[in-house]
Design a protein around this ligand. Structure first.
Ligand SMILES: O=C(O)CCC(=O)C(=O)O
Ligand SMILES: [Fe+2]
Length: 350
């Protein structure tokens, strides 16, 4: 295959100087990595057996995992396997396209900037994400009407989103109920068009030999209520638990669920939005698809721990911080100062 037709973004060439530099490449102290482990595995079948004891026990497990891990995996989640398989097949087909084509992908009504690769702001190798992604607001897909381009990718994403959002809504409702909050909140605020799908590909990373700590995606928390993640069998996802990085063992039958920043704030820090990252792989490429369950931008998050903020303000703050500091600061930006009031308005805010 001619070089210009390669599907891979030119990560190695673009970041050559960062990769080959040594002295300026200070690496911040790493948390120790603990061995691969299984996330709490929750069988959602228990919710629908008509057995109220099992139903309650299952809800408790969901809440407990969200408090203690911020992450869990679910089986018997109700999403037909063909929906997941078609999504994955379309995702692979999309990423197989030559890099030059992905950069300007016009077949879909994806907004500008949906396709991302590497880390444009990286000034040292530790800030480099060895990956490419389509980060797609579902409003792009739904706005284009039913299958306007006769495009199987957009109709597949629409079908995937419809099913996965049902799962996210169900889990969010259970988590709300477990802390005595209104479950209807999500139906009112998280609309089909306010959510996002992010299709990730982690190309093989030959540089791992020189830089064993190379990451596929930088440590981050998600800026949503709940994320539903479909990963393949390669592995590489890690999360922080009790001050250590834990490697998640892939389970081919399960979907991964994690709590995002909005739920942490809305639950007054009961549920945890936990930092996670993906390590690069020297031998195998990896795919994942994340569904971000988000409210409309004007939705206000009320919390006793954080100043009240709209989702739009939160997103804007994250974007500004990434621009200024090269990384997200997140919820700590919105903490109520000691002795302060959570209803105080942000400057230029509500
Ligand atoms: O690929 C993964 O396993 C994680 C992806 C992720 O964290 C994200 O897209 O926010
Ligand atoms: Fe994430």
């Amino acid at each position: 295959m001619a070089a210009r037709e390669s599907p891979d973004p030119p990560l190695e060439i673009t970041y050559k100087n960062l990769i080959s530099g040594t002295t300026q490449n200070y690496r911040r102290p790493e948390l120790p990595v603990v061995e691969e482990c299984e996330l709490p595995l929750i069988d959602l079948k228990e919710l629908d057996l008509g057995d109220s004891e099992k139903n309650l026990a299952c809800k408790k497990l969901i809440a407990e995992a969200s408090r203690e891990w911020g992450f869990f995996q679910v089986i018997n989640h109700g999403i037909p396997s063909h929906v997941l398989e078609i999504m994955r097949a379309e995702q692979v087909k999309l990423f197989e396209k030559p890099f030059e084509e992905k950069k300007t992908y016009k077949d879909l009504n994806f907004s500008a900037g949906s396709y991302r690769w590497g880390t444009p702001s990286a000034t040292n190798v530790n800030q480099l994400s060895w990956s490419e992604a389509f980060h797609v607001p579902l409003s792009d897909i739904l706005a284009s009407g039913p299958n306007i381009h006769n495009n199987t990718l957009s109709s597949t994403m629409e079908q995937f989103a419809a099913r996965v959002s049902e799962l996210a809504k169900k889990l969010a409702g259970i988590l709300a109920e477990e802390i005595g909050k209104k479950t209807g909140f999500f139906e009112e605020t998280c609309l089909p068009s306010s959510c996002y799908i992010r299709l990730n590909r982690y190309p093989v990373c030959p540089v791992v030999v020189q830089h064993p700590q190379m990451l596929g995606i930088m440590p981050h928390t998600d800026s949503d209520f709940v994320t539903v993640l479909q990963q393949d069998g390669i592995g590489g996802l890690q999360l922080v638990k009790d001050g250590n990085w834990i490697a998640v063992k892939p389970n081919p039958h399960a979907l991964i669920i994690n709590i995002g920043d909005l739920f942490q704030a809305w639950s007054n820090d009961v549920y945890k939005s936990v930092e996670h990252r993906v390590v690069a792989n020297a031998e195998k490429e990896r795919f994942s698809a994340a569904y971000f369950y988000c409210p409309s931008k004007d939705t206000v998050i009320e919390s006793d721990v954080y100043k009240r903020f709209s989702f739009g303000e939160f997103k804007k703050q994250v974007e500004d911080d990434v621009q200024t500091f090269g990384h997200k600061i997140g919820l700590s930006r919105f903490l109520v100062p000691p002795g302060g009031s959570s209803s105080s308005s942000l400057s230029g805010g509500l």
